[in-house]
Write a protein that binds this ligand. Structure first.
Ligand code: PEP
Ligand code: MG
Length: 543
């Protein structure tokens, strides 16, 4: 029997299954407001103490972030505000669900990275219920090698396991940027997520999992196990971890940078040997706020990140609020088409001082001289907008000024834009959405919201030709797909920024390609008719 999921951490493992039944459905929780608030404190303290028990820095960071989430004043206020409506009920279940749902929706509305944090909230929710009911926090004892199968695994669940026994992880839910994926990759444990059929597996079933390709085989025969192991070690040799900066086989330099939204990401990026940050998303600072953060608050946050990346390049993006990342105090007007509305750089029209203060804060933070700070604006459409941003940035002492290329219009006039700015970076998530006129959040349109589509690649080709040697990066999801990254290089891109856990794989793949080959293959890919054909041809031509 073969089950399919999403492979998120490469490797082949063969062992017995250990099923972790996590108590997710606690019914009839009783208590008062004080007990909820106290339990949130207890959960926060527990997560903090677990973070000190684990040796892995990434897990530590995730647990610390969760501990802070449990202690978030906004979460507590939600409980206080909702208490009157629910206090007369027999149980607290509904109140807890309502409050956590509101919190989760806020994150899901933002999409991408933030939506994946919903899993962390689930972890807090369960611990909270256990604590209110006076139950122990769960501990998972493992005493032999196994492949752990669970519906979901929270950071605190993982922190209680002896990970040396965990040969593989199979998670029924969860996405590719879930914490299970991050931790598994970091620890080198083969892992599959989104494998919903795994719920039918039984304790002690003997299985093989392939975390690179995302499948599980129950009771495989001996020859299959041996051939999968041999195939994997051949791939490991081919993609073996290469140290040092990113480059092609012919020594063409391709900087490999990390996308980052907070300190946890920044620490992960260092572990994953990012050469710097290619996209520092600053929206986190503004979400859940009723006014903009002060200049000094911003300076503190930016300086912390700059400190971590001492001596390296950090590309910080000015606020990209609106559409998939709404910030209530900036996006209060109801828009018919938020993706086409006042978002990104367009906020300058209505909130000049908010954007200006942010640029000022970046400028103050860069004065420490700790790292090489580059600043870019999102959702630039025209050369006039690029000039407006460039002037404001220059007035505030910013030295390296760039824009994101996320709209077809910016691509079409990129020759004019490059006369104004020092660099540009493709936001391929939005560029794909706008070139294809297909909502990036609508899963029904996944054949269109695919950056492999030749329409998107032809748009990128135009910009590549106009860049005239200026730094041209990619910081959307496309950069994390090794094959697509190589095609983008063939179209003129010279740096790639991605979730840092993808850096190793992209680095190894491009190290085996030279520029001429990437250019020739890109030319062929541009002639294909759809995203599927484009990728299929790339697989054939690169292998
Ligand atoms: C993009 O659009 O590709 C991008 C990097 O920006 P975001 O995903 O934050 O909109
Ligand atoms: Mg974007």
């Amino acid at each position: 029997m073969k089950l399919i999921g999403t492979g998120v951490s490469p490797g082949v493992a063969y062992a017995k299954i250990k099923k972790l039944e996590i108590q997710h459905q606690l019914l009839n929780i009783t208590g008062n407001l004080e007990s909820i608030l106290d339990s949130l404190d207890n959960v926060s303290i527990y997560l903090e103490s677990q973070s000190r028990l684990v040796s892995d820095e990434v897990m530590q960071g995730i647990l610390e972030a969760q501990s802070m989430m449990a202690n978030d004043p906004d979460l507590k206020s939600e409980f206080i505000n909702n208490w009157e409506n629910y206090k007369s009920k027999n149980t607290l279940n509904e109140l807890i669900e309502v409050v956590f749902d509101q919190f989760k929706k806020k994150l899901e509305n933002i999409g991408g990275y933030f939506a994946e944090r919903v899993e962390d909230i689930n972890g807090i929710n369960n611990l909270l219920k256990l604590n209110i009911m006076g139950e122990e926090f769960p501990e998972f004892e493992l005493n032999e090698d196994c492949i752990v199968v669970a519906a979901d695994l929270t950071p605190s669940d993982t922190s209680t396991m002896n990970l040396s026994y965990v040969k593989g992880l199979v998670i029924e839910n969860g996405g590719p940027t879930s914490h299970t994926a991050i931790v598994a990759r970091n620890l080198g444990i083969p892992a599959i997520v989104g494998c919903s059929d795994a719920r039918n597996l039984k304790e002690d079933d003997l299985v093989l999992i392939n975390g690179r390709e995302g499948f599980l085989v129950k009771e495989p025969d001996f020859d299959f196990v041996e051939s999968e192991k041999a195939r994997e070690s051949e791939l490991i040799n081919r993609y073996k971890r290469i140290s040092g900066p990113g480059k092609l086989q012919d020594n063409t330099i391709i900087q490999l940078l990390a996308n980052c939204g907070n300190i946890v990401d920044a620490k992960k990026a260092i572990i994953n040997e990012a050469e710097g940050i290619g996209l520092f998303r600053t929206e986190l600072l503004y979400l859940n706020q009723i006014t903009a953060p002060s200049i000094s608050e911003q300076v503190k946050v930016y300086s912390e990140i700059f400190e971590i990346f001492q001596g390296k390049k950090v590309i910080i993006r000015t606020l990209d609020a609106g559409s998939d990342k709404p910030v209530p105090f900036l996006n209060s007007v109801k828009e018919e088409n938020p993706a086409l509305g006042v978002r990104g750089w367009r906020l300058i029209r209505e909130f000049h001082s908010v954007i200006k203060d942010q640029i000022k804060a970046i400028s103050i933070a860069q004065e420490s001289g700790k790292c090489d700070v580059w600043v870019m604006a999102p959702m630039i459409d025209t050369a006039d907008e690029a000039l407006e941003f460039s002037n404001l940035a220059k007035e505030n002492g910013i030295k390296k000024i760039g824009v994101m290329i996320e709209t077809p219009s910016a691509a079409m006039v990129s020759d004019q834009i490059f006369e104004i700015v020092d660099f540009a970076s493709f936001g391929t998530n939005d560029l794909t959405q706008y070139v294809m006129a297909a909502d990036r959040l609508d899963s029904r349109l996944s054949d269109l919201t695919n950056s492999w589509h030749p329409a998107v690649l032809r748009t990128i080709e135009i910009v590549g030709k106009n860049a005239q040697g200026k730094p041209l990066g990619v910081c959307g999801e496309a950069a994390a797909d090794p094959l697509l990254a190589a095609v983008l290089i063939g179209l003129g891109v010279n740096s790639l920024s991605m979730a840092s856990n993808s850096i190793t794989e992209v680095k190894s793949f491009i190290a085996n390609q030279d520029l001429g080959k990437c250019q020739n293959i890109a030319k062929e890919i541009l002639k294909t008719k759809n995203a599927f054909e484009a990728k299929e041809l790339a697989v054939k031509l690169f292998n």
